[in-house]
Ligand binder design. Structure first.
Ligand code: HEC
Ligand code: HEC
Ligand code: HEC
Ligand code: HEC
Ligand code: HEC
Length: 427
């Protein structure tokens, strides 16, 4: 039996999820993790639309071209059963296809709830968070870090069959003709949903206030190492070490239009990228030289770029004459060698100190990404003659330049740099 402990005023209450009836579809019990997001869409239309456009809905090898390329390389075909990684169940699925992982299957097209990846029920069944550090130093990953519930969990829950809030909701939704399925059954065991209700779905819901905190994200977003113990992503570690009290939700799930936004943008989302860094450009003339400073300030409690190790960004600085002709730039082809300070990147190396792809790296290389809340100044000296204006642009890339070359078949949009911040200064 799984229980949730809560405090209301001076009284503590305990709610055990097995005290609620299980989810039912057409009158038959159905494992909660096999309920497709399509069922939730009937009522939660805005949230469904936002989620559908997010990387969470694209998280499996069937629908994310970048993850798919790696998955096929290091694991295998996502439409086959019994695919293993070194004889073991592929860990990737514990985060990228959590509902399939709950059933121990690797055939991701076998059910909509598997193919949907991180869908509604994948997140709304995550109970107590236990952290990624398992016993004997072994790391827990994805769904193994939470106690999983067999009923839905929400940030508030409802007062089951009693209390003012439940009464109010019940009356509201009965009057509107839209019955709330999360209230479960009445005292006679009759579902609150009517016969003709959209899906004849009964979905009891219990509260988990931790859903308002980073605990709702960290099991999948804290850290992951490759088989050689080299850290690949560490967004959660970056955040925890920074000691910020800001929640992930405050930025990634803002309230807009009356709902908690589920679009959860990151590196794939230009609007999100544009909020990440404050950029300031200053210039001073010194004889026939210009002394230029570009100040980059990370506004996040995690690195920028954060997440997958191949995310990177670079600064391009240009000096222009009055006609807009470019007189000078900080690099010609790429800053990696020409202006290393302008390249924000985490590199991975092999034993020969050569760059290595994530599965093969044996040690971390340099890490020049902006640390949480870091303010960094890049300085330049350039010839002042004819310069009328300066332009600083910060570009973001989902992939390292070498991977862009290697994964030729990827859609163009995933290979193009995105401009995340810029400023022009007229001298
Ligand atoms: C990646 C995890 C995740 C996914 C996927 C997800 N949710 Fe949520 N959802 C959350 C979290 C976390 C909250 C609590 C946010 C808060 O209160 O700060 C939440 C809140 C909600 C709420 C309450 C909103 C409110 O006004 O308080 C509803 C309703 C909801 N989700 C429905 C859905 C539906 C429907 C889907 C699928 C279309 C879905 N969620 C997918 C994590 C998720
Ligand atoms: C028949 C309509 C209907 C369906 C279908 C439905 N919901 Fe809801 N849900 C509601 C109503 C009504 C509320 C309460 C009002 C609100 O918060 O918007 C609610 C509230 C919630 C909440 C917020 C609870 C809280 O703690 O604040 C979550 C989370 C949620 N639903 C998740 C889901 C998920 C996941 C699915 C699909 C598996 C789903 N719902 C399907 C009608 C529905
Ligand atoms: C069950 C695991 C799981 C949970 C829980 C989860 N995520 Fe995710 N999240 C993923 C996976 C997997 C991806 C990557 C999908 C891909 O790119 O293939 C992702 C992608 C993202 C992205 C987009 C990254 C990009 O490439 O654009 C953001 C932002 C994000 N998650 C934020 C959150 C936040 C905030 C929470 C908590 C409210 C959360 N996630 C909870 C697994 C999870
Ligand atoms: C102050 C706002 C803010 C907070 C708080 C915040 N983020 Fe972000 N996050 C952003 C912005 C802006 C980006 C886009 C820039 C980037 O990718 O570095 C981003 C990017 C991401 C990405 C995308 C990585 C990728 O590979 O594309 C993930 C995942 C993510 N955040 C997870 C989290 C988690 C988990 C938390 C809480 C522990 C969190 N964020 C807290 C603003 C925030
Ligand atoms: C602990 C959870 C977890 C595990 C296990 C995991 N991933 Fe991920 N993965 C994520 C999250 C979260 C993201 C998206 C945010 C980010 O970039 O950190 C992601 C992103 C990715 C991306 C980038 C996707 C994109 O759209 O750019 C690739 C590629 C990837 N994972 C491959 C894999 C492979 C292959 C495995 C198994 C060998 C795996 N992952 C295992 C959580 C995980």
């Amino acid at each position: 039996m799984r229980c949730l402990l809560g405090f209301l005023g001076a009284a503590a209450w305990v709610l055990c999820s097995s005290g609620l009836s299980a989810a039912q579809l057409d009158g038959k019990p159905v494992p909660i993790h096999r309920i497709s997001a399509k069922h939730c869409k009937e009522c939660h239309q805005d949230i469904y639309r936002q989620w559908k456009g997010s990387m969470h809905a694209q998280s499996t090898a069937l629908s994310d071209p970048i993850h798919g390329a790696f998955y096929r390389m290091v694991v295998g075909d996502p439409t086959q059963e019994g695919v293993t990684k070194g004889g073991k169940y592929p860990v990737c699925l514990k985060c990228h296809a959590p509902n399939a992982a709950r059933d121990g299957t690797t055939k991701l097209d076998a059910a909509p709830a598997y193919a949907e990846g991180v869908n509604c029920v994948a997140c709304h069944t995550l109970g107590t968070y236990h952290g990624i550090q398992g016993p004997e130093g072994k790391m827990r990953l994805g769904i193994d870090t939470w106690t999983l519930s067999d009923t839905l969990l929400g940030p508030n829950g409802f007062f089951h069959e009693q209390g003012e809030a439940a009464q109010r909701l019940r009356v509201e939704y009965e009057e509107s003709g839209d019955l709330n399925p999360h209230l479960g059954r009445d005292n006679q065991g009759k579902p609150y949903m009517s016969e003709e209700d959209v899906q004849d779905l009964d979905l009891p819901l219990a509260p988990n206030p931790e859903m308002k905190t980073a605990a709702a994200c960290l099991g999948c977003h804290d850290r992951r190492n490759n088989p050689h113990g080299v850290s690949l992503c560490q967004t959660g570690d970056e955040y925890l070490e920074g000691g910020s009290r800001e929640t992930c939700q405050s930025c990634h799930m803002p309230v807009a239009g009356g709902v908690v936004n589920h679009a959860m943008g990151g590196g794939h989302d230009l609007a999100m990228l544009r909020r990440a860094v404050k950029l300031n450009l200053h210039a001073q003339s010194q004889g026939n030289q210009l002394q230029v400073e570009v100040v980059l300030e990370n506004l996040q409690p995690h690195n920028v770029p954060t997440g997958a190790p191949f995310r990177n960004a670079y600064l391009k600085l240009s000096a222009l004459d009055a006609s807009g002709k470019v007189l000078w730039t900080n690099f010609q082809v790429h800053p990696a060698k020409e202006d290393p300070q302008a390249f924000l990147v985490y590199t991975l190396l092999n034993d020969q100190d050569q760059p290595a792809p994530p599965p093969k790296a044996t040690k971390p290389g340099m890490d020049t990404r902006l640390k949480p809340f870091e303010r960094r100044t890049l300085s330049y000296h350039l010839p002042a003659e004819g310069v009328d204006s300066l332009r600083a642009e910060l570009y973001y890339n989902l992939l390292w330049p070498a991977l862009v070359k290697k994964l030729k078949h990827l859609p163009e949009a995933l290979k193009q740099p995105k401009r995340m911040a810029w400023q022009e200064l007229k001298l």
